[in-house]
Design a protein around this ligand. Structure first.
Ligand SMILES: [Zn+2]
Length: 349
């Protein structure tokens, strides 16, 4: 069997106060000047810590940009704005800004430092960027970041709903791996056992301490990061994305009310796991009950009709992507679960 070379992050720092050391992490391998992209509306105090750290370690800031559009067109425009003197690109904040920074860095061939300030999905260390191209959402290949810097204190203070979203995205690894195994049996889709093992194991690790204290945040960050690495090992999104992601993509495509990615994929994983063999449905249910996941969903309940349309569309969202939805008329079963499962009371309207 052919083996491929992959690149994984060489610097991983997950600790309180890591953001204050950003400049040091860049100065040691002499990666200055840098370009820094950050989220729109990122707290000024977080941004100030990052900028002060660059200054303290004499890392010149050649370009600073607030990302407000997650599109390929924007990344290409920013590529033109990155001065040739730049030695690295730094992304600070949440999903959109990190996706644009990662994609721009891969276009520019620059080392990329990911600095997530919340853990709402696994995108901060995945080998793809979710961007629009001519208005349509696409998953575009990128490399993994060279460095992942997670300030546990900053992530601990992020809104609870973002933490729940990260847990939802993580729990969907159970259903993704089950779909991957099904695709192997039904269609001969190649499985990379190591990637599947990493993906599964990381959820169990987090489940050992599913709380939002320092240790729990570190476990969640590690699990989400290793999922990105599993995707790179497998050379596909299969270890992290299955039928539950198809439903979430279909919701986005149908123009459903936009909700956090992980709240969509987590809820879909809970429903899908009831169709799959094994005990994942019970496990995900326990995890969501312990962490209060459903509270975040109940704050703005999903629309049942939007979900019905999305579940019907989901099997055709990705070409040649076999999942449990390819062989089951899922909606009648989901509708029964939504109507009778006490955990879901108030989650759909
Ligand atoms: Zn996801």
């Amino acid at each position: 069997m052919k083996t491929a070379q992959i690149s994984v992050p060489w610097l991983v720092r997950m600790k309180p106060g890591a953001l204050q050391r950003l400049g040091l992490y860049l100065a040691r391998p002499r990666l200055g000047p840098v370009a820094l992209f950050h989220s729109e509306g990122l707290s000024q105090s977080i941004l100030d810590v990052a900028l002060q750290s660059l200054q303290d370690h004499s890392i010149a800031l050649a370009l600073r940009h607030e990302v407000n559009e997650a599109s390929v067109e924007e990344a290409v425009r920013l590529l033109g704005a990155v001065p040739p003197s730049c030695k690295a690109l730094v992304g600070v904040g949440g999903g959109k800004a990190l996706d644009v920074a990662k994609y721009t860095a891969s276009l520019a061939g620059l080392p990329y430092f990911a600095v997530p300030t919340s853990l709402s999905n696994d995108g901060f260390c995945s080998p793809q960027a979710s961007l629009t191209l001519e208005g349509k959402r696409r998953s575009l290949p990128t490399g993994l970041p060279e460095a992942v810097i997670v300030d546990l204190g900053v992530c601990e203070r992020a809104p609870r709903m973002l933490w729940h979203s990260g847990i939802g995205d993580l729990s969907s690894k159970f259903t993704a791996v089950a779909d991957w195994t099904l695709a192997f049996h039904r269609r001969g889709v190649a499985i990379n056992d190591l990637a599947a093992l990493i993906s599964d194991a990381t959820v169990f690790q987090f489940m050992a301490n599913p709380v939002s204290d320092e240790r729990g945040i570190r476990l969640l960050a590690t699990a989400l990061m290793l999922n990105g690495v599993a995707m790179e090992i497998a050379g596909s999104s299969r270890p992290a994305s299955g039928s539950e992601h198809l439903i979430s993509h279909a919701l986005d495509m149908n123009g459903a009310r936009p909700r956090l990615h992980g709240l969509q994929t987590g809820t879909a994983a809970y429903l899908v796991s009831s169709l799959q063999r094994g005990d994942h449905h019970e496990r995900i249910g326990e995890l969501f009950a312990r962490t209060g996941f459903w509270e975040s969903v109940r704050k703005e309940p999903f629309c049942k009709e939007e979900w019905r349309l999305a579940v019907e569309r989901a099997p055709s969202v990705k070409e040649d992507f076999y999942t449990i939805l390819s062989e089951t008329d899922a909606w009648p079963e989901f509708a029964r679960t939504i109507a009778h499962d006490s955990a879901l009371v108030g989650c759909f309207e």
